[in-house]
Design a protein around this ligand. Structure first.
Ligand code: ATP
Length: 239
């Protein structure tokens, strides 16, 4: 199957700091690809570059047939790409319902917005129970579900998820992954997920990239990296 996302030789700088160098990565339609790496490796920067939040000073990022470097985030989003940012960025004083409706705004006026909303509540029954709660009063896991729900409101083809496990208990993280994999199963959603740790990722991902110091150190199929040894070396820079 053809690549849905093709990142080719991307460099990103923040002033003098080079956050990504020579980064190339592909994601096929329907794949679950995980990017793992320590704090500051450049994982968030990579997703931001794809979503139009930062502009690389070199390289190309193609989403389907469209070159997205230089496009504004809302324009990239309209191509069918959605980002769940680290820290979730939900509106704590607004209700769950209001947060979800905000997710639909970029497609305002779409006739099927109501159907999208109904579909979401089916996918996230937990959120249906909490619709009139202020989002700030949800548990961490529910907030993460809300952030995912909001991002998939408009039926993206590609979902980028930045560290969904952050600060959540293992049992809750399992639930979040169940939801993400269910979305792939039901809707053919393609996923790129950033994580700091590889344990869970090895179970769920098709392929893995290890990013450290702004460079891809290792790439491979999760099944081939299952013993974790090569990942540990790449992650910590041994050998
Ligand atoms: P974390 O797990 O902490 O989110 P990360 O792997 O996502 O780390 P990035 O957040 O992409 O890494 O950061 C990569 C490097 O770029 C770090 O050295 C970080 O300090 C720096 N950086 C990130 N954003 C900015 C910015 N807006 N301005 C300047 N430097 C930045």
């Amino acid at each position: 199957m053809g690549a849905l996302l093709t990142i080719d030789d991307v460099h990103v700088r923040y002033g003098d700091l080079v956050a990504l160098r020579d980064v190339s990565l592909t994601v096929a339609q329907g794949e679950v690809v995980c990017v793992i790496g320590p704090n500051g490796a450049g994982k968030s920067t990579l997703l931001a570059a794809v979503a139009g939040g930062v502009t690389p000073w070199r390289g190309s990022i193609r989403f389907g047939d469209t070159e997205v470097v230089g496009l504004r985030p809302e324009v990239v989003a309209r191509q069918g790409l959605s980002l769940v940012p680290e820290g979730r960025h939900i509106f704590g004083t607004l209700t769950v319902d209001e947060n979800l409706r905000i997710g639909g705004f970029i497609h305002k006026g779409r006739a099927d917005a109501k159907a999208d909303y109904e579909r979401l509540l089916e996918l996230f029954p937990r959120l249906r129970e909490r619709l009139n709660f202020p989002a700030g009063r949800l548990s961490g896991g529910e907030q993460q579900m809300l952030a995912v729900a909001r991002a998939v409101m408009t039926r993206p083809r590609l979902l980028l998820v930045d560290e969904p496990s952050l600060g959540l208990a293992p049992r809750i993280v399992d639930q979040i992954y169940e939801i993400l994999l269910d979305l792939r199963q039901r809707e053919g959603l393609t996923l790129v997920i950033n994580e700091q740790s590889s344990n869970r990722i090895l179970k769920h991902a098709d392929r893995i990239y290890v990013l450290r110091g702004g460079r891809i150190q290792l790439e491979g199929r999760a099944a081939d990296l299952a013993d974790g040894e090569a990942i540990r070396s790449a992650y910590f820079g041994f050998g």
